[in-house]
Design a binder for this molecule. Structure first.
Ligand SMILES: [Ca+2]
Ligand SMILES: [Ca+2]
Length: 170
């Protein structure tokens, strides 16, 4: 099965970049997080972004009506049966329930992930099959950076595949 790997695309929600935002311990707003470096806005102050737990919620998935080769996802023209796997640094840490016969849906979570500097975060979308499950696509930040985490909402979108999810420091 073809594995499509997309980069995490940054949603265009940050204000003007290039200035130096607040640094460690300085005040900030999580709604427009302009913390700088490896910090993220938590409780009104810029805190270390890594070595902490993030909660992933509201994972919205959609997949195209056929696989990358143009075939139906399931035998006899059937729709896929998607579930997601959250992986940190290449290790699966959470698996969702499966949605039967659906070209997408929302996986609410929360899925908790402890992120480290230079580490990776991936959300894989699988099609549950009778024999072997098919990996449909992967949305990955490798590395997952503080600037991505400050967005709070991350999106991968390519070739008819889409994942959008919320990620917040706990
Ligand atoms: Ca299938
Ligand atoms: Ca099916």
């Amino acid at each position: 099965m073809t594995k499509w790997v997309g980069a995490v695309a940054v949603a265009l929600t940050l204000g003007a970049c290039g200035g130096s935002g607040p640094g460690p311990g300085e005040s900030c707003s999580p709604s427009v997080d302009e913390c700088s470096g490896e910090t993220i806005c938590i409780g009104g102050a810029c805190e270390a972004a890594f070595g902490r737990v993030y909660s992933i919620t509201d994972v919205q998935v959609s997949v195209p009506s056929s696989d990358p080769v143009g075939d139906a996802w399931d035998a006899f023209g059937g729709a896929p049966d998607p579930f997601i796997v959250v992986a940190v640094n290449g290790t699966p840490i959470a698996t969702s329930a499966t949605r039967d016969d659906a070209f997408g849906g929302t996986f609410f979570g929360p899925y908790d992930a402890t992120l480290i500097g230079g580490g990776s975060l991936a959300i894989e979308v699988w099609d549950e099959d009778v024999s072997a499950n098919d990996l449909m696509f992967t949305c990955e930040g490798s590395p997952i950076t503080a600037s991505l985490l400050r967005q709070r909402t991350l999106v991968c979108n390519s070739g008819g595949f889409m994942i959008q999810f919320q990620i917040d420091p706990r």
